[in-house]
Ligand binder design. Structure first.
Ligand code: NAP
Length: 317
């Protein structure tokens, strides 16, 4: 790519840094643009090339009961959190039939249907719930097809914008599970398809069955096990939805560089963790989960926190 072309692409995405004609840091190819890690500034990303997402989304797993089971203790509060997320400009809500099970999808419809025009609800199927805190994969084709129909009904949708296979079931060939999802897509019940907890090799294998637009793997500032999958998504311009973006149940490592940056910027560690993710890559679409309106507002505000290159370096270690 010539320097002129690179600058044109950079201006179009607002997401690259040039120093004396050289790109800072190690670079990756993200769609058309060359991006240095830590320099992403795009506020939106198009999932599947057509669904424009404000990059900071919301995860609706935490609006259920204890152990992601049943109804939340304060149902009115859960509805308030969902409504506030949309008011604050969130237009990607991640859920799954397994959250509750069923209650997360039902609450989303109760709070937000009829849905605002640009709202994207991403749901999942393929994990069953034997009890509170328990999760078991089921990737049988007939089961998955029934899951899609039931999610459509609960969410009061005619088509699901993003349907994600929650887990690859080791007992079922991935091609059979995805073949069932492809059938539902061909029937007009699903717009785009995503995967969860997958390696680059698994994504490649899945893409032989049907187009994949996004991946959802655990990833945050203190847990970067899936760096290889993130790189693959950048190279192929797939959306990457990091789950546990602020540490999930485990929290973030304390006494870390994150604490120091948070203190210096008068921000919370959650806000620094989210700002780090947004800056990390232009394909990053964090979906922090909360059952608390104040926490939600704080998380959305993190979209405005820009880390300096020194802060970035201190967190990169
Ligand atoms: N694909 C998968 O296998 C998978 C697995 C797990 C989750 N997910 C998705 O990813 C989303 C996020 O994952 P997650 O909920 O495990 O992790 P997370 O978003 O990193 O963490 C959520 C936890 O952090 C707390 N929290 C969030 N923001 C806070 C703030 N500003 N201040 C203080 N505490 C805060 C929440 O408690 P409060 O409620 O008290 O705020 C909650 O306990 C889920 O909602 C779900 O949609 C996907």
């Amino acid at each position: 790519m010539t320097r002129r072309k690179f600058v044109e692409v950079s201006m179009a995405t607002g997401a690259a840094v040039l120093a004396g004609g050289k790109i800072l840091g190690s670079t990756v190819r993200a769609g058309l643009a060359l991006i240095a890690p830590g320099t992403a500034t795009n506020s939106v990303f198009k999932i599947g090339g057509d669904l424009e997402i404000n990059r900071l989304g919301f995860g609706a797993m935490r609006i259920t009961g204890e152990g992601v089971w049943g109804w939340p203790p304060d149902r009115a509060n859960a509805l308030k959190v969902l409504k506030r997320a949309v008011e604050l400009g969130v237009n990607l809500i991640d859920t799954a039939d397994a959250y509750g099970p069923e209650t997360s999808e039902l609450l989303i419809a109760e709070a937000l249907h009829p849905y605002p025009k640009r709202l994207v609800i991403a749901t999942k199927g393929g994990l069953t719930r034997p009890g509170p805190g328990d999760w078991e994969p089921n990737g049988h084709p007939d089961y998955l097809k029934a899951c899609v129909d039931k999610s459509l009904k609960r969410l009061r949708l005619e088509r699901i914008d993003l349907y994600q296979l929650h887990r690859i079931d080791p007992k079922v060939p991935m091609e059979d599970s995805l073949g069932a999802i492809k059938e539902m897509q061909s029937a007009g019940k699903i717009r785009h398809v995503g995967l969860s907890e997958v390696t680059p090799a698994e994504i490649e294998r899945a893409r032989k069955v049907l187009p994949i637009v996004s991946v959802q793997n655990r990833y945050n500032v203190s847990d970067r096990k899936w760096e290889n999958t993130l790189s693959y998504c950048e190279k192929e311009n797939l959306g990457f939805l990091p789950w546990s973006p602020v540490g999930g149940g485990r929290g973030l490592k304390s006494g870390s560089a994150v604490d120091a940056v948070a203190k210096a910027r008068n921000a919370s560690v959650y806000q620094v963790a989210l700002a780090w993710l947004l800056q990390r890559s232009p394909v990053m679409l964090p979906i922090p989960g909360t059952s608390n309106v104040q926490h939600l507002e704080d998380n959305v505000a993190a979209g405005k926190l820009k880390l300096t290159s020194e802060e970035w370096k201190s967190l990169a270690a």
